[in-house]
Design a protein. Structure first.
Length: 135
């Protein structure tokens, strides 16, 4: 129940981006989400049309160092990975950093292509740090 209430409360934000892992919670909460993010390597983050009653405005499927694919109702594009701004250290937290960059980009008014590019750079930066906090 706490997760459902948290997801409902999140809808007060300008933009709601969720992982595909919590689609059951989103359905129970009955809210519209602006974007769904999932890794193609993780079956728990699979996405298929119709998984939500109201489709998200954007779906992003990541492939780590291979980039990913995003789509909206009328556009489908792939993106290349962002260049690493330093030596690779650790992949932990890259997906969360990608989602944070996407959320920030969409919330500040970037279009999908630009928000995805920001998200990819955010994920790439995380690779150059050890652990979730760069320590």
């Amino acid at each position: 129940k706490g997760d459902v209430e948290s997801v409902r409360a999140a809808r007060a934000a300008r933009v709601v981006v969720v992982t595909a892992r919590i689609l059951d919670v989103v359905r129970e909460a009955g809210i519209h989400v602006d974007a769904v993010v999932g890794s193609e390597a993780d079956p728990a983050e699979a996405w298929e049309d119709g998984m939500l009653a109201t489709p998200p405005g954007l779906v992003a499927r990541t492939r780590g160092a291979a980039g990913g694919t995003w789509w909206t109702a009328d556009t489908r594009e792939s993106w290349d990975p962002a260049p690493l701004p330093g030596p690779a250290q650790d992949a932990y937290g890259c997906g969360d950093s990608f989602a944070a960059g996407l959320t920030y980009g969409l919330a500040t008014g970037l279009g999908p292509r630009e928000a995805i590019a920001l998200a990819a750079r955010s994920g790439a930066l995380a690779v150059t740090r050890r652990g979730a906090h760069g320590g």
